[in-house]
Each structure stands twice: as structure tokens, then as C-alpha cells.
Design a protein around this ligand. Structure first.
Ligand code: FES
Length: 159
């Protein structure tokens, strides 16, 4: 992804140059790019007169922020106890094989990131996978393939 510093500047100028807006700016940048580009840290630092190291620390502290590019769709596979007992490991293997990435990584086309989480609060539906905010329960290997294909087709159709 090419980072447009004009976009970064537009976002930061929605806020007054005060330190208390650091997190809000970082969140807006995360929403725009799906991660915090390195360039953004220096631009924010310059604008807010806050050391770049402080902004970097904040960007690494908050789970909602990421310094690595994330995919357009974030897939979370639960590996909590209920899901584990019902075969979440098989799903994780199927998914990572299918997308050719490891947990925590993003596909080369930038479409998917995969994260393994501990409990998605829907144990009755175990094993559970969530794509963005949509829950998929009672997952099987075949369903994983179906869901991924659904999202790929949606992108191909411009959705
Ligand atoms: S253990 Fe998977 S949703 Fe709770």
C-alpha cells in the first residue's frame, strides 16, 4: 500500500495540536489505513510536539492499533477451551493452509489477516470464527472454505 501523507495530514488536522488527541488521531489513522504507517508517527510527532517514541509506545500498547498492515478482513479463530475441544486446531490449520499464512499474518493480496483468540464469548457455537464483526459457529473445514470463498467473491464483485 502506498501511504498518502496528504491523507495523514488531513486526519491530524481534524484535531487541535494538543497531546490529549494523540490516541484519537492514531485511531483515525488505523481506521483509514488498517494500520499505523511509520510516516504517520513522525507527522503526528511533529504536529503535536510529542516525541515519536511516545507515539510509538502508544501504538504498540493498544491492541486496536497495529504497526503492521492488516488485511481488509480480520479473521479471528477462537482457540479457547470450548472451541479447542471441538476441533478449533483443525480449523486453524485449514485456514492458514488455505490462505498460505501463519496466525498473526496478512495475505499477500492484503485481503485477510488471521488472529487466534482465546474466547469470543460464543462458546455454545463452538468452534467459532469471526470475520470482522460477523460470527460463524459450528465451523467445519468445509465451512471455512465456503466462508473464505464468499469473501473473495464479494471482493471480486466489487463489494
Ligand atoms: S471458547 Fe470459543 S467462543 Fe468461547
Amino acid at each position: 500500500m502506498t501511504i498518502d501523507t496528504i491523507d495523514i495530514n488531513t486526519i491530524i488536522h481534524n484535531y487541535r495540536p494538543e497531546k490529549r488527541f494523540t490516541l484519537a488521531i492514531l485511531q483515525d489513522i488505523q481506521n483509514k489505513f488498517n494500520f499505523i504507517p511509520k510516516e504517520a508517527i513522525f507527522i503526528i510527532s511533529d504536529y503535536l510536539k510529542v516525541p515519536a517514541s511516545d507515539i510509538y509506545s502508544m501504538a504498540t500498547f493498544y491492541k486496536a492499533l497495529s504497526l503492521k498492515p492488516k488485511g481488509r478482513h480480520i479473521i479471528k479463530v477462537c482457540n479457547g477451551t470450548a472451541c479447542h475441544i471441538r476441533g478449533s486446531n483443525t480449523l486453524i490449520n485449514e485456514l492458514t493452509d488455505l490462505l498460505n499464512i501463519k496466525p498473526g499474518e496478512t495475505t499477500a493480496d492484503g485481503l485477510f489477516s488471521v488472529e487466534i483468540v482465546n474466547c469470543l464469548g460464543a462458546c455454545a457455537l463452538a468452534p467459532v470464527m469471526v470475520v470482522d464483526d460477523k460470527y460463524f459457529g459450528a465451523m467445519t473445514k468445509d465451512k471455512v472454505i465456503e466462508v473464505i470463498n464468499e469473501y473473495k467473491e464479494a471482493v471480486e464483485n466489487g463489494k
